[in-house]
Design a protein around this ligand. Structure first.
Ligand code: A3D
Length: 320
């Protein structure tokens, strides 16, 4: 059987990390694409030379030509610009929307059968725009954010409770912005609800609230520390988990920015919801019961996403 092809559009910090992870896991052959000339070729050469040391078989190539992504099974998009300290994700809208147009057209012309995972920010608006520009079916275009945001929530909870991160099953819904909704009621420590675990461990509600707040601002905390660019290790590893779910038809239930029509009272919006990912792409959006407070928090978050979509439509008249 021929190897799968993983195309990475954008070969910067996340793109390079994605290529390394995909190669180490022998997920397939890897094509690194970027508009910067020489850079994807250089990274491809460098990464190829990890093969003999790490013992992986993967052909890794770099390119500036969309024709080279032909036949891609999975495409992960990180093209665009990341945040600088003091910037919100939404500040990236204008510039990254133009990038999504080029990328969407490149995918449409060269790899229309791929499963496309978008990481470019502002995530929920960019994945929507990328779907519009590419014309691919909604179930084949998804955004990565919830896996990362949930991993951040899980990390902070594990630290607070002094337990293994492996036993924390954390859950974040909504848009990938400061209004995201870490859902404590669905977050467990190996099945034990967080509220109960907090009581056992003598952790106050205020501490849990502070962790929720830190999760919401988790990306900004890293941007501030790095001083240049944004997080890349955990974003890359999160997107790889989604790609593996698709390639292996794993039917994993992952929080992703999926197209929601009808459920959660939403009408044609990409936003973070629990989603079954398998060979059919995003196969099903799972609608869960939420408390009134969680519902109103989700509404604030989806309203923020809707505002960004209106801004996109204002910037590009082909988006309706
Ligand atoms: P960076 O290292 O700057 O890489 C971006 C790459 O995109 C650069 O190599 C650029 O040359 C390339 N590029 C720019 N324009 C184009 C174009 N038109 N076509 C093809 N390539 C282009 O950034 P990064 O890898 O750190 O981050 C990439 C994106 O991911 C940014 O928008 C971040 O904000 C976003 N991000 C999202 C999350 C989520 O959780 C959703 C987390 C972290 C970063």
């Amino acid at each position: 059987m021929a190897r799968k092809i993983i195309a990475l559009i954008g070969s910067g910090m996340i793109g390079g990390t994605l290529a390394h992870l995909a190669a180490k896991k022998e997920m397939g052959d890897i094509v690194l694409f970027d508009i910067a000339e020489g850079m994807p070729q250089g990274k491809a050469l460098d990464l190829s030379q990890c093969g003999p040391v790490e013992g992986f078989d993967a052909r890794i190539t770099g390119t500036n030509d969309y024709a080279d992504i032909a036949g891609a099974d999975v495409i992960i998009v990180t093209a665009g610009v990341p945040r600088k300290p003091g910037m919100s994700r939404d500040d990236l809208l204008g510039i990254n929307l133009k990038v999504m147009k080029q990328v969407g057209e490149g995918i449409k012309a060269n790899a229309p059968d791929a499963f496309v995972i978008c990481i470019t920010n502002p995530l929920d608006a960019m994945v929507w725009a990328l779907r519009e520009f590419s014309g691919l079916p909604h179930n084949k275009v998804v955004g990565m954010a919830g896996v990362l945001d949930s991993a951040r929530f899980a990390t902070f909870l594990a630290w607070e409770f002094d337990v293994s991160v492996k036993d924390v099953n954390a859950f974040v819904l909504g848009g990938h912005g400061d209004t995201m909704v870490p859902v404590t009621s669905y977050t467990t420590i190996n099945g034990i609800p967080v509220k109960d675990f907090a009581k056992i461990k003598g952790v106050s509600e205020d501490r849990i609230d502070a962790i929720v707040d830190r999760t919401r601002k988790g990306g900004g905390e890293i941007v501030g520390l790095l001083g240049n660019g944004s997080a890349y290790y955990a974003p890359a590893t999160s997107a790889i988990a989604m790609a593996e779910a698709y390639l292996g038809d794993q039917k994993r239930v992952l929080p992703c920015a999926s197209y929601v029509e009808g459920k959660y009272g939403l009408d044609g919006l990409y936003v973070g919801v629990p989603t079954v990912i398998g060979a059919g792409g995003t196969e099903e959006v799972i609608e869960i019961d939420l408390s009134d407070e969680e519902k109103s928090n989700l509404k604030v978050s989806t309203d923020a996403v809707e505002e960004l979509l209106e801004a996109c439509k204002g910037l590009d008249s082909s988006l309706t």
